[in-house]
Design a protein around this ligand. Structure first.
Ligand code: ADP
Ligand code: UDP
Length: 238
């Protein structure tokens, strides 16, 4: 496999074409951003930690029957993935109230949400990722109803696998964001699952162990991501 041209540089990852038209290389960079790119920093080792974290989670999900884009790790910061036609809608599940849900609805942080909630956001930084719904997605052609049904089904499937995985390691999976794409007529999980795109709290102390450490300036961001990974059984050292 030969890595070729950079197709897109996002806020945290870069996408490269390869000599295989069905595969991309995702490069996980140390760049870290929050508040739609307003707060930006380089966090040493983040690319490596998130690449390995993502590979571990994607493999668990694949084994549980969730189709993912992950193919293989190529280097500490690079993964080979299936090329997807990305759907510009982010799927968010919440098991515990936090973040924009609290700001939007005036709900107190830390409430158990039963059943877990499911929200859709349009992936558009300029518009600050506005909340949307299935009707808007169908009308504007972002996804059709069958695709939306499958995205929802898979997002809840991911929840049942990952809630247990984190709980068994003494952590609460508070909420997370998933992105899906199309590949050979199927809906496939893309992008990444790492502490950058979810909220994870220690089950006993409720210590924040995710990107809120960066957003809120709590410190020890990557050290804490590594602790989450170690609790799950991920090895970060070469
Ligand atoms: P952003 O675009 O939000 O700044 P990133 O820095 O993470 O985010 O950039 C990665 C980009 O790659 C995202 O736009 C994501 O939708 C896209 N992407 C992720 N996985 C795939 C894939 N398998 N095929 C095509 N594009 C992908
Ligand atoms: N999230 C993300 N990317 C986004 C928006 C949200 O990864 O563009 C994640 C976020 O880290 C959290 C979950 O989705 O785990 C829910 O985010 P929320 O709507 O609470 O927004 P936030 O408070 O993070 O702005």
């Amino acid at each position: 496999m030969e890595k070729r041209n950079e197709l897109y540089a996002g806020k945290a990852k870069s996408v490269f074409t390869t000599d295989n038209p069905d595969r991309f290389v995702l490069v996980f960079r140390d760049d870290t951003s929050a508040f739609d790119g307003e707060k930006k920093e380089q966090l040493n080792r983040k690319g490596m930690v998130n690449n390995r974290f993502n590979a571990f989670v994607m493999e668990k999900l694949e084994a549980a029957g969730v189709p993912t884009h992950f193919d293989q790790l190529l280097s500490p910061t690079e993964s080979l993935v299936r090329k997807l036609e990305m759907i510009p809608v982010e799927c968010v599940v919440r098991n515990v109230s936090a973040g924009s849900l609290c700001r939007r609805l005036g709900v107190e942080e830390g409430q158990d949400l039963n059943p877990p909630t499911y929200e859709l956001f349009l992936k558009n930084d300029e518009l600050h990722d506005p909340m949307v719904n299935e009707s808007l997605a169908v009308t504007f052609g972002w996804a059709n109803q069958d695709e939306l049904d499958e995205m929802k089904r898979l997002t809840y499937e991911v929840n049942s696998v990952l809630k247990t995985l984190f709980a068994d390691a003494g952590m609460l999976l508070v909420d997370y964001k998933l992105e899906f794409g199309r590949c050979e007529g199927r809906i496939v999980l893309g992008d990444e699952f790492s502490p950058d795109g979810c909220r994870i709290w220690d089950r006993e102390t409720r210590k924040k162990m995710d990107k809120d450490r960066f957003r809120q300036g709590l410190g020890d961001v990557i050290e804490t991501y590594e602790e989450v990974g170690r609790r799950l059984g991920i090895h970060f050292d070469d």
